[in-house]
Design a binder for this molecule. Structure first.
Ligand code: SAH
Ligand code: SF4
Length: 396
């Protein structure tokens, strides 16, 4: 019905959703397909269009990397206005970016509430891996891990987790040209590892939802075999990881007796080596997955003997596995030393001769504290060093 000059406000105008203040807008980044469907229906998208609209918005966000509704040119002008009145497209803010001599990039990013997490990009010959954080701090206190010295502040949202992938693609300049969608092999960011700050299985739903977007053909579109989730061993969530995410699994194993593992990875007191291995035996079958990676940090005189190597082989027999030996990365105040290179080689050799791949992980980005287990938010680091300085000067 056309309005005439005598009725300045028509009924139509009154029922349109009004523009919300910026902080009340819903961020579309990180919503599952179902959540986005509900959100779009909620602002009046007709039921019979909504599936198509979700697909279109996903493609703009995750395949083309646009950051404003105006750029979503296959949506009508009115619909774009409706979206921008109700939603935002927000990513964590990059506070600093450091590039190591070896090309590793470390981003410090700020999330809502002013908290900070670190994200690391590791370029290699045929792939580029992004190491993503899932929590600010960690509830667990593995004694060799820098993050473990920082209390859990909060879980990251799905948007903050997938947002790390998006901001890295921004920095790498890797959003495809219109009409071109690069294959995994040619991508700069081709793999994701959930090995940054935090225990991903203690933030299961958000990690799952973010990884669903990473794997979705209309999302970031990475194969599930290019995503590896690393856990310290949250046994009850392992089967769920297979069923609901289906990515590859890495286990922070690090010791071959409960006695030593209790000290290194204290979650072992809750679920010991036997219970952990029991859950892992099921994993490849449940997720139709490839081998499980056993991560093993090499700590001088603690877990690096020939006997440990032989025990490790015995323990994992029957599990399709590869063993990733990680030379310990030192951090200020760490109570351990890295095993000597000769020792690491000898350990690797025993494992290799038993028929397992045993790559030694080359530490990357050590000069910028970006290597495994060195991550800790800068503010926390600063706070700690201030506390240390005060303690040393006898002020506390
Ligand atoms: N919380 C998860 C994922 C993050 S830690 C987990 O524990 O698996 C990622 C990997 O880095 C884990 O294998 C962890 O044990 C390892 N790591 C932690 N601190 C380290 C250090 N200082 N040197 C080498 N590896 C370390
Ligand atoms: Fe947390 Fe993993 Fe570090 Fe352990 S190794 S404290 S689980 S981040």
């Amino acid at each position: 019905m056309a309005s005439d000059a005598s009725s300045p406000i028509t009924q139509d105008v009154l029922t349109l959703p009004r523009k919300l203040p910026a902080e009340a807008l819903t961020n579309l980044v990180g919503l599952t397909r179902d959540q986005m469907r509900e959100a779009l229906l909620g602002v009046g998208t007709p039921e019979k269009q909504v599936k198509m609209r979700v697909g279109q918005v996903w493609q703009w966000l995750y395949q083309k990397g646009v950051r404003s509704f105006d750029e979503m040119t296959n949506l009508s002008k009115d619909y774009r206005a409706l979206l921008s009145d109700n939603f935002t497209i927000s990513l964590p803010e990059v506070v600093s970016r450091q590039v190591s001599d070896d090309g590793t990039r470390k981003y410090l990013v700020r999330i809502a509430g002013g908290h900070e997490v670190e994200v690391v990009y590791i370029p290699e010959e045929n792939r580029g891996t992004l190491c993503v954080s899932s929590q600010v701090g960690c509830t667990l206190t593995c004694s060799f891990c820098h993050t473990g010295t920082q209390k859990l502040v909060r879980n990251l949202t799905a948007g903050e987790i997938i947002g790390q992938v998006m901001l890295a693609r921004d920095d790498l300049g890797e959003w495809p040209e219109p009409g071109r969608n690069p294959k995994d092999e040619t991508r700069l960011l081709s793999n994701i590892v959930l090995m940054g700050m935090g225990e991903p299985l203690y933030n299961f739903e958000n990690v799952r939802d973010a990884m669903k977007i990473a794997m979705d053909p209309e999302g970031i579109s990475l194969s599930r075999r290019r995503i590896t989730l690393s856990t310290s061993g949250v046994v009850p969530e392992i089967a769920r990881t297979a069923e609901e995410i289906g990515c590859l699994l890495a286990i922070s194993f690090h010791a071959t007796t409960d006695n030593v593992r209790d000290k290194l990875v204290p979650i072992n007191k809750r679920w010991n080596i036997e219970e952990l291995l029991g859950a892992l035996k099921e994993y490849p079958r449940l997720s139709n997955s490839e081998r499980i990676t056993f991560e093993y940090v090499m700590l001088k005189g603690v877990n690096d003997s020939d006997e440990d190597a032989r025990r490790l082989i015995k323990l994992i027999s029957g599990i399709p596995a590869k063993i990733n030996l990680i030379p310990f990365n030192e951090w200020p105040g760490a109570p351990y030393k890295r095993s000597d290179w000769k020792r690491i080689k000898a350990f690797a050799d025993i494992i290799y001769k038993a028929g397992y791949a045993s790559p030694i992980r080359t530490p990357r980005g050590e000069d910028i504290m970006a290597a495994c287990g060195q991550l800790k938010s800068a503010t926390e680091r600063a706070r700690k060093s201030r506390a240390q300085i005060a303690a040393e000067s006898g002020l506390t």
